[in-house]
Design a protein around this ligand. Structure first.
Ligand SMILES: Cc1cc2nc3c(=O)[nH]c(=O)nc-3n(C[C@H](O)[C@H](O)[C@H](O)COP(=O)(O)OP(=O)(O)OC[C@H]3O[C@@H](n4cnc5c(N)ncnc54)[C@H](O)[C@@H]3O)c2cc1C
Length: 465
């Protein structure tokens, strides 16, 4: 199909007005990339609709004129998913950001998809509720982006990832048709089309509205720090805590290489000379919360913990979480930048996987520092390197490839929550055979027959691509 960019732009301006179709270099330049820093094609225009009707018009025009569209929330994608792989338009959902219906009786809130994830909590907290999925980027990223990536975070062990917290959605298809999938009531009949949108990375349709599940803020919580000289012991403690029936609200592991950098960056935060630190947050009714914390302490002691303690004040709790947040910045002591990986393996395999990663680090003479949402097996190994030193860069990339292979061998995934985008599409054939990929491609064709939605993403390149 012949691309008609000029005609498409004329039609877009006629339908939406000039102020919603930005074409100036100063406006389009920043949309060449996202948080991955990968550079794509310069967009023809940034289109900023303010209603679902306008989203529908944009899709219809671009579909008829054969112009590629990259849907975009806040551009915090770390894998290049929001980078334009071919010349087309960026469809920014940032102006669709309203709360449409707060239904406390049915524990549901209906929002437009461009709303910032954390801003929702501000609305909900005053009613004693929260929206559970909490990616670290929650102060910036959008609900639409969270759905497109099935985003997760520390709370997801207990409350599930995005797909477990969305009841329904409104989606606009490339034809411009608007469809409603699911809603406030549970368990709609027929094929679960909604589930196709989790992890679809903007390739099937544009999410414009979401029906989100509300969770009650727990009455009480206790936060514990447990430091281990042997990471295997930490792994066993985690399995036993969960096996005992306690599902912590958050359960995070910081490994030795990360602790070593933190020891330089903020020396008083965590105990020195440890192989692993766990931050464990238990939540529930005031009457039972201390018993839960005691049980966690007992399990850690049984597994040779060197130090375990319950936070004595909010300041102490915040200091531990601040330490967890600082792990990324602290890597600066090793090198100017780093490869930020996101993988998952079955929970019980994390200690063994980390051991294999240390072997890779040794073989390639790099550092691999990891933090893990260990409760659900998702972890983020980082490989610091010097971008000005070609050798350092090549070793980091080679180690990263080996690391991904190990995670697949362990029965895990090449991505836990950051998606595939451009960066990992070639590794999709490590996860799936021809048949599975072919099925996915056929689904893509059903939703987007002309292939205008976020082309060049998710699927491995084909010959001549
Ligand atoms: C510092 C940092 C920390 C992060 N921590 C986490 C974390 O803890 N957990 C986690 O899961 N992720 C994390 N991420 C990754 C990222 O923030 C999430 O994937 C987030 O969900 C992306 O949202 P966004 O609004 O920025 O989407 P964008 O980056 O704009 O887009 C992401 C993808 O979704 C598509 N898309 C966006 N909006 C829509 C829509 N309305 N309809 C259809 N497709 C759409 C885009 O085309 C693109 O493919 C982190 C990123 C950063 C930079």
């Amino acid at each position: 199909m012949e691309l008609e960019p000029e005609r498409a732009l004329d039609r877009l301006v006629r339908e939406l007005g000039k102020e919603k179709v930005l074409t100036g270099l100063d406006e389009t330049l920043v949309y060449e990339t996202d948080s991955s820093n990968l550079m794509g094609e310069m967009p023809l225009a940034i289109v900023t609709p303010t209603s679902v009707e306008e989203v529908s018009k944009v899709l219809k025009i671009c579909d008829e004129e054969g112009v590629p569209i990259v849907p975009r929330g806040s551009g915090t994608d770390l894998m290049g998913g929001a980078v334009p792989a071919s010349r087309g338009i960026i469809l920014s959902l940032s102006k669709l950001n309203r709360v449409l219906d707060l239904d406390l009786e049915d524990s549901c809130v209906v929002v437009e998809s461009g709303i910032i994830t954390a801003s929702l909590s501000e609305v909900l907290m005053e009613h004693g509720f929260f929206y559970a999925p909490d990616p670290s980027s929650k102060d910036v990223c959008t609900i639409g982006g969270n759905i497109a990536h099935n985003a997760g975070g520390p709370h997801c062990l207990k409350y599930g990832v995005t797909s477990n917290n969305v009841l329904g959605m409104e989606v606009v298809l490339p034809s411009g048709k608007v469809v409603k999938l699911g809603g406030k009531a549970l368990d709609p009949p027929g094929y679960d089309l909604q589930s196709l949108f989790y992890g679809s990375e903007g390739t099937l349709g544009v999410v414009t509205k979401a029906y989100l599940k509300l969770t009650r803020v727990p009455e009480s919580r206790r936060t514990l720090l447990a430091a281990f000289k042997d990471i295997e012991d930490a792994g066993r403690a985690v399995s036993e805590i969960i096996g005992s029936g306690i599902i912590p609200g958050a359960l995070e592991l910081i490994d030795k290489a990360s602790l070593d950098s933190l020891a330089v960056y903020s020396p008083d935060r965590f105990p020195k000379g440890m192989d692993a630190v766990l931050i464990i947050e238990v939540e529930g009714y005031e009457k039972v919360i201390d018993r839960m914390a005691e049980r966690v302490v007992e399990i850690c002691k049984k597994n040779n913990v060197s130090l375990v303690k319950v936070a004595e004040s909010e300041e102490e709790r915040e200091s531990w979480w601040k330490g967890r947040e600082e792990t990324t910045g602290a890597l600066g002591i090793y090198a100017p930048t780093f490869l930020d990986e996101d993988v998952s393996v079955p929970r019980s395999k994390i200690p063994e996987t980390l051991r294999r990663l240390y072997e890779i680090a040794k073989a390639y003479n790099v550092i691999i520092a990891s933090v893990a949402h260990i409760g659900d097996g998702n972890f983020h190994p980082a490989i610091p390197f010097d971008p000005k030193d070609e050798d350092s860069k090549m070793r980091a990339f080679a180690a990263e490839r080996e690391l991904l292979k190990v995670c697949v061998e362990m029965g895990g995934s090449i991505t836990g929550e950051h998606g595939v985008g451009l960066s990992k599409k070639e590794f999709m054939s490590w996860m799936y055979g021809e048949r599975e990929l072919e099925l996915m491609k056929r689904i893509k064709k059903v939703f987007d027959p002309k292939g205008i939605l976020n082309p060049g993403k998710v699927f491995p390149s084909e010959k001549g691509d």
